[in-house]
Design a protein around this ligand. Structure first.
Ligand SMILES: [Zn+2]
Length: 118
């Protein structure tokens, strides 16, 4: 297995950056970026195949239909949850005559808990 990939954005070599310039004299080109594997932050991620987010999104936009066809979604999925209302004692500050006072109030917060159905 090779220890590098070429960036998979078909237009990577059209992006004008110094890092893509190769060749000498009057025979200069912009070349697709070579991605070396083993770079820690790239390992086992989409960035094994794309040199940066710009190239990733250019690819996704160009091939959006093909990407969607990899795993078509015909209906929504649902995750069972429990929604709990939690009352909390809290304070707000009230300013009057240059003084601030803590005023207690009860707030209600919604929390979502997952249900393990397995
Ligand atoms: Zn690229």
């Amino acid at each position: 297995m090779s220890d590098y990939n070429w960036c998979h954005n078909p237009d990577c070599h059209k992006i004008e950056t110094q890092s893509r310039v190769r060749g000498s004299g009057d025979n200069k080109v912009l070349r697709t970026v070579k991605i070396r594997s083993g770079s820690h932050w790239r390992q086992d991620s989409i960035f094994d195949f794309f040199c940066n987010q710009n190239c990733l999104f250019q690819f996704l936009n160009k091939f959006r239909q093909e990407v969607a066809n990899i795993r078509p979604v015909k209906q929504p999925s649902e995750t069972p949850i429990k929604v709990k209302k939690v009352k909390e004692q809290s304070y707000r500050y009230q300013y009057s005559n240059g003084q601030s006072n803590q005023v207690p109030y009860t707030s209600t917060r919604m929390t979502i808990e997952s249900i393990n159905n397995e």
